[in-house]
Design a binder for this molecule. Structure first.
Ligand SMILES: C[S@@+](CC[C@H](N)C(=O)[O-])C[C@H]1O[C@@H](n2cnc3c(N)ncnc32)[C@H](O)[C@@H]1O
Length: 320
């Protein structure tokens, strides 16, 4: 069964965020959530199938092998809320395992309507699972999903794909604290963290041979042209993926190949040659780091599974 919980679109926030991010004196920056319009969500699906991007397959293997064990620990958790579900392909395993024990309400929270629709289509055939999707930001959706809990019913939150890595470390912990505040003791958070690994494995995952990630990144400029009347010439920007060793993160940037001025809805933004727009950060973690973050944010890490082919950890946290 499929129900839509509602849509919340912050009016004009895309335009305001673009103006603010490109108008900065120092490093220009655009929030990574804007990478996911219709085209971006479709491109991300292609990225998940590229040989270089091992992260998603690693998490799929973990969930295929261990969903039964995860569900066993969550006997009374009848609501599963997924933050940024994407296509939901990986989530099938965990929902099947949960729904074998009890009827389950699955609430995907997505900012991208395309991703949300494909998630709902992907999982609509699961027996004993009702789908209630919310097209909105993470915490707004979490609050609305949790409000539906019946007395005594537990909530499980899924934050997969190492999307926590799109936050800087401090703000990432603040985000975990906000999730915790929306929950009750005994509720669970399944948190995927991509682990540190050799650069010859890591860099190609964000700079693949086919150039799909480059197109995914440049689509943000195309989206500004489409939706905000920008005049970016995409051929004058190149995709850059670099590893920042001090911060232990991949950074994606778009580098201006020449000095140029871009007009967006009547406002002008000047780029120097080689100046970049920072579009995404993907932090990498030590194996124990999720447990340490859990302790500092009101959770306890009760189990962890690590893939043997691609260093990726699935961490089961329980709200203290
Ligand atoms: C990197 S993808 C991961 C998708 C999926 N969780 C996976 O592991 O394959 C991030 C997803 O989160 C969504 N997203 C990003 N920022 C969001 C936000 N602030 N609120 C809700 N959804 C968001 C995007 O639209 C995208 O589908």
């Amino acid at each position: 069964m499929l129900i839509r919980g509602g849509v919340t679109h912050p009016v004009n926030s895309f335009a305001a965020d673009v103006r603010e991010g490109l108008g900065r004196d120092g490093q220009k920056e655009l929030p990574s959530k804007y990478l996911y319009d219709d085209v971006g969500s479709a491109l991300f699906e292609v990225i998940t199938r590229l040989p270089e991007y091992g992260l998603i397959r690693a998490e799929e293997r973990i969930l295929r092998r261990h969903s039964g064990a995860i569900a066993e620990r969550l006997a009374s958790h009848g609501i599963a809320v997924e933050l940024g579900s994407g296509s939901g392909r990986k989530t099938r395993r965990i929902l099947e395992a949960l729904a074998q024990r009890q009827s389950t309400t699955y609430c995907p929270i997505e900012i991208s309507s395309t991703a949300l629709e494909s998630c709902e289509r992907e999982l609509d055939d699961l027996p004993n699972v009702s789908i209630l999707g919310f097209e909105t930001e993470y915490l707004d959706g979490l609050g609305r999903a949790v409000a539906r809990r019946e007395p005594g019913e537990g909530v499980m939150v899924l934050f997969l794909g190492s999307s926590i890595g799109n936050f800087d470390r401090g703000p990432g912990e603040d985000f975990l604290r906000k999730i915790r505040r929306a929950l009750e003791p005994g509720d669970a958070l399944l948190l995927g963290t991509d682990l540190e690994k050799p650069l010859d494995q890591l860099i190609p995952a964000y700079d693949d041979a086919l150039g799909v990630t480059a197109v995914f990144n440049r689509n943000l400029l195309a989206r500004i042209n489409r939706e905000l009347g920008g005049d970016f010439d995409l051929s004058r920007f190149e995709h850059v993926a670099l590893y920042n060793a001090r911060e232990r993160r991949i950074e994606m940037h778009l580098r201006s190949l020449e000095k140029q001025t871009i007009s967006i809805g009547g406002a002008n933004f000047t780029f120097q040659r080689d100046e970049t727009i920072w579009t995404e950060r993907c932090h990498k973690y030590g194996r124990q780091e999720a447990a340490e973050m859990a302790k500092r944010t009101g959770f306890e890490c009760v189990a962890q599974w690590v893939d043997s082919e691609w260093a990726f950890a699935e961490n089961l946290l329980v709200a203290s």
